[in-house]
Design a protein around this ligand. Structure first.
Ligand code: PRX
Length: 647
C-alpha cells in the first residue's frame, strides 16, 4: 500500500495578509503557544478547549485512554449539545440574531432567530417524547436541507437521543440497512425535497424501505413539496399536526460527556456501511473550537457551508460548530446550477456571505462553467474560503482564490473525515502560509504521521500512509454495535495509532499533501462510497453473477465509478442491459452511486486466495498498459481477455 509515488511539484505559496492576521481569532503567537502546550501538557491544552462550552457538571478527567482504542473524554462531565447551540445564546444579545437564513431551491426563504430555533427545537423535542423516544434511543432523519432537519437533530440532542441522519440522495435499500442497524423506532422525513427543479420522493423511498425492515414504528412527515403521498394509519403522522399542540418548554437533558450524540453511517471496505459513533463532550469541544479557529468565525459573519447535512461536514460545520458559536448560518436546499449556473453567486451577493466552505468537485464545476457566472455578481463580501472532501488540485485552488476570492481571501483546505468528527489538518487563516493543493499543517493537539507499511516514518516527500498518533476529543468512539470492526479497521495497522485510510506525504516544511484513499473507498463528487456497496447493489440484479467496482480519475468528479460485471448464464451482454444496471444501482443506492461505465467480462481477475485484483482493474479502467506484477493472478487469460475487449 505504501511507497506511493508523488509527482506533484507545487512551488507557489501564499502568506497570510497582514490585515487578516491582525483581526484573526487565533494569532501566530497563540498558535505557537498552543501547539507547544498541546505537546507538553495535553490535558491542560484540551481542558482549555472544553472550557469554551457550557457544562452542567465539570469533568473529573480530561482523557481516559486506558482502554485504548476506546477513548473517553471529559470523563464524568455533563452537558447538552442543544443547550450549547441554543439556550446559551438566549441569555445574550444573540437572542434575536438570525441563526439560520434558509433559501429553498424554488426561491422561498425563511429566517429563524436563535429564539425561534430554540422554540421549534423544544416543541419537536416534546413531539419526540410523545412518540416514545427516550434518552439513548436512535432516531433516523431522512430529510431535505430544510431548517426542520437542524431542528430535529437539536431536538434529539436535547432529550439525549442519538440521531442517525441519512443523506437525501440515498434510496430505499440504504435507508433500510441503516434503520435496521441503528434499530430506530422513529423516522423523520418529508414528502419530498427540491433538486434541479424536480421533487426527490423522500416519503416514497421511506415507504419502500419500510417494506424491508420492521424496526420503524412511527414516521413523522414534514410537508415540503406538497405532492400526494401515502400515509399509513397509525404509523405516519404529519409534522405540522404533531407540532400544533406541542409545548415550547423542554429543559435540556443533562448528558454524560460520553453520551452518544449521533451515528453517521459511512462507506467502508465491506458492503455493510459503518455506523460511526460520536459522543457529546469531546465532539462538541472540537466542533466549537475548529469552527472558531479555522473559519475565523465572528458574530458579524454570514457563514455558508454548502454541504448537505446528510454528510459529516453538515453535522459539524452547518449545525454543531457554527450554532455553538452563535453564528448566522446560511442554508440552501438545492443544486448549484438551478435555475442557472450562478445560483451560488447570487446567494453570496444576496445575503452578503462572508465565509464560504465548499467542495473541490463544486469548484471544478464552477471553473468549467466559466468565469462569467461569478462575474455577474458582487462577491466582495467574501473574506474567507474553505475546501473539503477530497484533494483540491492546484489549478482549482488558484481559480477559487482568484475568481471567487478576488485574491483577497485566505483559503483553508481542511482535511478530516467522518471518523475524525472535525478538522484535523488545515491552514489557520491568519497564521499559516498556504501552498495550493496542500492541507498544510495539523491543528494544535493533532499529531499526523506519514508511515510506511511497516509503521516507519517516511522521509520528506516520500508517500506513505496517514496515521494520527495521539487521541483527540472528537475521534469516533466505535463502530455502532461492532467494536471488533472498529479495532480492525482503524487500529490494527499501526500499534496505538489511528489509521486514516489515506495516502499522503509531508514535504520538507512538514506540510501534508493528501494523495487520496488507499483502501476500497472511492470519492465521487466528494461523496464517500464503498466499492463493495456498489458491488452488492449490482449483484442484487437477477442477471448479475459477480461484479467488481473501481474508481478512475475524473476531471470533474474527482473519481468516477467503473464496474466490471460478470453475467449469469444465458444473459446477453447488451447496451440496454448496461443501462438497466446503471438504473438499478441508482434505484438501490441513489443516483450519485450510478456507475459511469459498465464492462461485461466472463470472469474477474483474482489472486489465488480469491481476492479481486482491483489494482489491475483500475489500470484497465484508466487504459494504463503497464499492468505490473501479475504473478499472483489465478487465471491470466481473464486479464488478457479484459484487455482484448478494450482494443
Ligand atoms: O480521503 C480523504 C478525503 O475524504 C475522506 C473522508 O471522507 P468523509 O468521511 O466523507 O468526510 C468528508 C468530509 C470531512 C478522507 O479520508 N478528504 C477529506 N478532506 C480532504 C480530503 N482529501 C484531501 N484534502 C482534503 N481537504
Amino acid at each position: 500500500m505504501a511507497d506511493i509515488d508523488s509527482f506533484q511539484t507545487e512551488k507557489r505559496r501564499f502568506k497570510p495578509h497582514a490585515s487578516f492576521a491582525k483581526q484573526a481569532n487565533l494569532t501566530a503567537a497563540e498558535f505557537k503557544k498552543l501547539t507547544a502546550l498541546a505537546a507538553k501538557s495535553p490535558d491542560k491544552y484540551w481542558a482549555g478547549r472544553a472550557e469554551d462550552l457550557r457544562w452542567m457538571r465539570k469533568w473529573k478527567k480530561v482523557c481516559d485512554w486506558s482502554e485504548a482504542p476506546f477513548a473517553k473524554w471529559y470523563v464524568e462531565g455533563q452537558l447538552n449539545a442543544s443547550d450549547n447551540c441554543l439556550d446559551r445564546h438566549l441569555e445574550t444579545w444573540r437572542r434575536n440574531k438570525a441563526a439560520l437564513i434558509w433559501e429553498g431551491e424554488p426561491g422561498d426563504t425563511r429566517v429563524l432567530t436563535y429564539a425561534d430555533l430554540h422554540r421549534e427545537t423544544c416543541r419537536f423535542a416534546n413531539v419526540l417524547k410523545g412518540l416514545g423516544v427516550r434518552k439513548g434511543d436512535r432516531v433516523t432523519l431522512y430529510m431535505p436541507l430544510v431548517p426542520e432537519l437542524a431542528i430535529a437533530m437539536l431536538a434529539c440532542a436535547r432529550i439525549g437521543a442519538a440521531h442517525s441522519v441519512i443523506f437525501g440522495g440515498f434510496t430505499s435499500q440504504a435507508i433500510a440497512d441503516r434503520v435496521e442497524d441503528a434499530e430506530s423506532a422513529v423516522l423523520v422525513t418529508a414528502d419530498g425535497g427540491w433538486r434541479r427543479g424536480s421533487v426527490v420522493p423522500l416519503k416514497t423511498n421511506v415507504d419502500e424501505a419500510l417494506t424491508k425492515t420492521d424496526k420503524v414504528k412511527k414516521v413523522v412527515v414534514l410537508k415540503r413539496t406538497g405532492q400526494g403521498v401515502t400515509m399509513t394509519n397509525g404509523r405516519d403522522f404529519w409534522w405540522h399536526d404533531l407540532m400544533k399542540d406541542a409545548s415550547a418548554v423542554c429543559e435540556p437533558e443533562p448528558c454524560d460527556s460520553e453520551q452518544m450524540l449521533y451515528i453517521l453511517y459511512t462507506s467502508g471496505t465491506t458492503g455493510k456501511p459503518k455506523g460511526v459513533v460520536h459522543t457529546t463532550g469531546g465532539y462538541m469541544t472540537w466542533a466549537h473550537t475548529t469552527t472558531k479557529w479555522v473559519f475565523d468565525l465572528k458574530d458579524t459573519d454570514t457563514y455558508w457551508c454548502t454541504a448537505d447535512i446528510g454528510w459529516v461536514t453538515g453535522h459539524t460545520y452547518v449545525v454543531y460548530g457554527p450554532l455553538s458559536n452563535g453564528a448566522t448560518v446560511l442554508m440552501y436546499e438545492g443544486a448549484p446550477n438551478w435555475p442557472a449556473n450562478d445560483r451560488f453567486w447570487q446567494l453570496v451577493e444576496k445575503y452578503g456571505v462572508t465565509i464560504l466552505y465548499t467542495a473541490p468537485t463544486a469548484i471544478r464545476a464552477f471553473m468549467k462553467w466559466g468565469d462569467e457566472w461569478p462575474g455577474r455578481h458582487d462577491l466582495s463580501s467574501l473574506r474567507l474560503l474553505g475546501s473539503v472532501g477530497e484533494p483540491i488540485n492546484p489549478e482549482a485552488w488558484m481559480w477559487y482564490q482568484k475568481v471567487i476570492g478576488g485574491g483577497r481571501c485566505p483559503i483553508v483546505d481542511t482535511w478530516w473525515q467522518t471518523e475524525t468528527g472535525g478538522i484535523l489538518i488545515s491552514p489557520l487563516p491568519g497564521v499559516t502560509a498556504t501552498k495550493p493543493g496542500s492541507a498544510t499543517l495539523p491543528l494544535p493537539g493533532i499529531f499526523p504521521e506519514v508511515l510506511s507499511n511497516e509503521g516507519q516514518p517516511c522521509k520528506a516527500d516520500q508517500g506513505g500512509l496517514l496515521a494520527i498518533a495521539k487521541p483527540w476529543p472528537s475521534m469516533l468512539r466505535t463502530v455502532y454495535r461492532d467494536p471488533e470492526r472498529f479495532k480492525k479497521q482503524y487500529w490494527s495497522n499501526f500499534a496505538g495509532k489511528y489509521f486514516t485510510g489515506d495516502g499522503s506525504r509531508k514535504d520538507k516544511d512538514g506540510y501534508v499533501w493528501i494523495m487520496g484513499r488507499v483502501d476500497d473507498v472511492i470519492k465521487v463528487a466528494g461523496h464517500r462510497l464503498g466499492t463493495a456497496e456498489v458491488e452488492s447493489a449490482l449483484v442484487s440484479h437477477p442477471k448479475v453473477a459477480e461484479s467488481a467496482v473501481v474508481g478512475k480519475p475524473d476531471e470533474m468528479k474527482g473519481e468516477a465509478i467503473c464496474a466490471f460485471v460478470t453475467l449469469r448464464g444465458g444473459s446477453e451482454k447488451t447496451d440496454a442491459l448496461k443501462k438497466e444496471l446503471q438504473e438499478h444501482v441508482a434505484k438501490t443506492l441513489g443516483s450519485f452511486a450510478k456507475p459511469e461505465m459498465i464492462r461485461f467480462t466472463d470472469a474477474l481477475p483474482k489472486t489465488r486466495s480469491g481476492k479481486i485484483m482491483r489494482r489491475l482493474l483500475r489500470k484497465i479502467a484508466t487504459g494504463d498498459g503497464t499492468l505490473g506484477d501479475t504473478t499472483t493472478l489465478e487465471d491470466l487469460s481473464v486479464l488478457a481477455k479484459l484487455r482484448e475487449d478494450e482494443e
